[in-house]
Design a protein around this ligand. Sequence first.
Ligand code: HBI
Length: 93
Amino acid sequence: MDRLTEAERAEHLPQLEGWDLARDGAAIRKVYEFDDFVGAFGFMARVALLAEKADHHPEWSNVYNKVDITLTTHDADGLSMRDVELAQKIDAI
Ligand code: HBI
């Protein structure tokens, strides 16, 4: 998968809800907060199914009711449309 061009970054990244650039622009990151651990883990289970279907997997951590997700494309050593598309799908949950 090709790395996002500057034009693609300018077009797609601002449209993502609450995702911040990370790792000097090589990744995007968002922290989700739920009522409790069960809510957080249920969200993670749904993201896991999306990731497997997309063959694109997050780097993430969970502390009680918070899920910290970072998306980057290892094959492109930076951001690709796979990251944009998965972020959009996660935010649609
Ligand atoms: N997930 N985030 C991320 N980046 C990748 O490059 C990637 C992946 N999941 C699976 C995957 N690549 C495979 O397509 C390759 O490892 C073959």
